[in-house]
Design a protein around this ligand. Structure first.
Ligand SMILES: [Fe+2]
Ligand SMILES: [Fe+2]
Length: 388
């Protein structure tokens, strides 16, 4: 954990202790709410700070590399604006095993770009599921659900994980080997029924991603015979969904309506045709996290007070657009652009500029912009989505 996070935690603890001691002394604490940290005075003439950087090149980062696979991550350490979501680009070789683990602070959402993965997961009600995922498939593991991943081959698998907390670190998850390696052998022997020397000889460090055998094509039964079949699937076939089609592209959206277990995020695959323009819009209820799978785009954000920023994105790069910020996406280059998009809300919401202007009286729009009635009549009469 970083110094920054340590400081934040210590500070919060001090604040709580400070509040508690005031209460104990019979002095009314003004507030236990986290106070606003002191900020540097704005530069003269600059009433509002510039917009934060909203681009991060995750695939160019070094990440973690082992014989079974690799992982690169983007959380607030690398990409400070992304406070509500963190991303990981993970690759597993055939037989590669992402060991049994869980995440204490975040739910995990995944989209398979390439290859095949078998995920085995347990829910707190004891229901367990072992399911196979191919390109276009999505999984969602609620916070704390124990899971493991195996690459089925024949090729390497590549998938993008998104976590619903920007402070999440893939390199700080709760892994089974880490726990066992730091538990006394006598406790393990009593708990797991093997002799103490078996545990004494086990590695003490977290395995994380290790080489393993390619699992059989037909999934093995679970060790307990799977007496309680899973009734709340962790899998959704986003790539197999009928898209919403627009003149300049199409998109597939999976919210909690289509995928009930996915209670904290909404996922989208958006395809832009060459020259397409994802129209000016904003999302009232969520931040937007974008990962560029293929093709390029130019994204422009609007953060009020005359502040706009534009960045161009290529495969392997991430954009982050804060809740409520206006934005549009211009496809660039000859190759179509495919974007994986996550919102930190289980319900999808947007308001587009064309839908908004259509939902106003013509005289109001005429006055607002100084347009003639004839010009107002030419404005769109509803949402356009993606313009050709
Ligand atoms: Fe995980
Ligand atoms: Fe958007």
């Amino acid at each position: 954990m970083s110094q920054k996070k340590d400081n934040a935690q210590d500070w919060t603890r001090r604040e709580l202790l400070g509040g508690a001691s005031l209460a104990a002394a019979g002095i009314a604490a003004v507030s236990l709410a986290k106070p606003v940290p002191a900020q540097a005075a704005p530069r003269s003439g600059a009433k509002h700070p510039p917009l934060e950087n909203f681009k991060y090149d995750i695939e160019s980062s070094k990440g973690w590399l082992g014989p079974g696979g690799s992982a690169k991550e983007a959380n607030v350490e690398e990409f400070p604006v992304s406070e509500s979501m963190a991303g990981v680009s993970m690759r597993l070789k055939p037989g590669g095993l992402r060991e049994l683990h869980w995440h204490a602070v975040a739910a995990e959402w995944a989209y398979i770009i390439k290859g095949n993965i078998r995920a085995t997961v347990i829910a707190p009600n004891g229901q367990a599921e072992s399911a196979d995922f191919g390109p276009g498939d999505v999984w969602y593991f609620p916070k704390g659900h124990g899971h493991a991943l195996q690459c089925l081959g024949p090729e390497d698998a590549h998938f993008i994980l998104v976590f619903d907390d920007g402070n999440f670190s893939e390199f700080g998850t709760f892994s089974i080997t880490d726990w066992i390696g730091h538990t006394p052998p006598q406790v393990l022997a009593r708990n797991l029924g093997l002799p103490q020397p078996v545990f004494a000889s086990m590695a003490k460090a977290e395995a994380y991603i290790i080489p393993g055998k390619v699992p059989p094509a037909v999934p093995e039964g679970l060790r307990n015979g799977n007496p309680s079949e899973n009734q709340f699937p962790h899998k959704f076939r986003l790539g197999a969904m009928q898209p919403r089609k627009f003149p300049g592209g199409e998109e597939r959206i999976v919210s909690s309506l289509e995928f009930p277990i996915q209670t904290t995020l909404t996922g989208v695959i958006q395809d832009l045709k060459p020259g397409g323009l994802r129209e000016m819009h904003w999302h009232p209820n969520a931040d937007e996290w974008q990962f560029y799978i293929s093709g390029k785009s130019r994204v422009t954000i609007f953060g009020a007070h005359g502040r706009t920023a534009t960045e161009e994105f290529a495969p392997g790069q991430i954009a982050f657009i804060k809740q409520g910020f206006g934005h549009f996406v211009e496809q660039v280059g000859n190759e179509p652009t495919r974007i994986l998009i996550l919102f930190n809300s289980p319900v999808y919401q947007e308001i587009s500029i064309s839908a908004w202007l259509a939902a106003n009286p013509p005289s109001l729009i005429a006055d607002n912009f100084g347009l003639s009635p004839a010009q107002v009549a030419q404005l769109p009469k509803g949402a356009i989505g993606i313009i050709a």
